[in-house]
Design a protein around this ligand. Structure first.
Ligand code: PEP
Length: 260
């Protein structure tokens, strides 16, 4: 295993307001300032400028929750990769299940937007994961390969390493029922192995996250799994104390890794 410091990303979804965001961002900045783990916050798009003002020149990155594959044009309600870049984003979430299901985003469109994000100099965080039905049918491996392959076709295996992959079982998102650490590890190890069939170095380098009801009580077990390089955090990023506890756990695990 390479020595990958943990990455913790807050997906704040459609939550927050100016004063609440400011409290959240200032606390995260303050409480994690000497950490080795890596952090990013993805607020709703209107608050990216606030994130830029408060986080610039700090160790905490920020990103968008979605984007168009187009740079500009008649796409009402969409945000372009160039706009995210202009507001200093490092990351952009691509293919979150809430967008795949409600916004009818296809695997193919996720591949196109992963490519567009890289072209703009953003780090895409590709979300993949199965429904409860697919999980119960034992189809998780098939689903994650089906979601990953269009991305690899678009960008090639080498460029995949410039992004992040978040395994987020849909049945675990916002339900309070996280996957067991063993399940998260099994699927992330399978994903790393699938990538490794094409390029072992990319498999070794790429950052793989687990997302789905991570909280301060289960974060240590989940993130100490060898193929779990960090977490994508939804609900627990709305409670600043909980998010900071998760960051502290990630940092302790990152420090242990560096000492090992
Ligand atoms: C998410 O939606 O990306 C997520 C991980 O949500 P939660 O932590 O609330 O399950």
């Amino acid at each position: 295993m390479t020595n990958r410091p943990k990455l913790v990303v807050a997906n704040r979804k459609m939550n927050g307001n100016l004063p609440d965001n400011a409290r959240f961002l200032q606390s995260v900045l303050q409480e994690t300032r000497h950490h080795r783990a890596r952090y990013a916050v993805c607020p709703p798009h209107p608050y990216l400028q606030q994130a830029q003002q408060l986080l610039q020149h700090s160790h905490v990155a920020w990103g968008g929750q979605n984007m168009s594959r187009f740079e500009r044009g008649a796409y009402t309600g969409s945000v372009s990769p160039l706009m995210l870049k202009e507001f200093g984003c490092t990351y952009v979430i691509i293919g979150h299940s809430e967008r795949r299901l409600r916004g009818h985003e296809s695997d193919e469109s996720c591949g196109e937007r992963f490519e567009a994000a890289l072209k703009a100099g953003l780090t895409p965080i590709l979300c993949i994961g199965e429904t409860l039905e697919e999980y119960e049918l034992g189809e998780t491996d098939l689903v994650v390969v089906r979601q990953l392959n269009p991305v690899i076709s678009h960008v090639g295996i080498q460029a995949l390493a410039k992004g992040v992959i978040a395994y987020e079982p849909i049945w675990a998102i916002g339900t309070g029922k996280a996957a067991s650490p063993q399940h998260a590890q099994a699927i992330l190890s399978f994903i790393r192995g699938h990538i490794g069939l094409l390029d072992e170095q990319v498999a070794e380098q790429i950052t793989l996250l687990y997302g789905g009801s991570v909280n301060p009580g289960n974060a240590a077990q989940l993130m100490s799994m060898p193929d779990v390089d960090g977490g994508l955090i939804g609900g627990a990023s709305l409670i600043v104390e909980d998010f900071i506890q998760i960051c502290q756990i990630a940092n302790e695990l990152s420090s242990l890794k560096s000492a090992a």
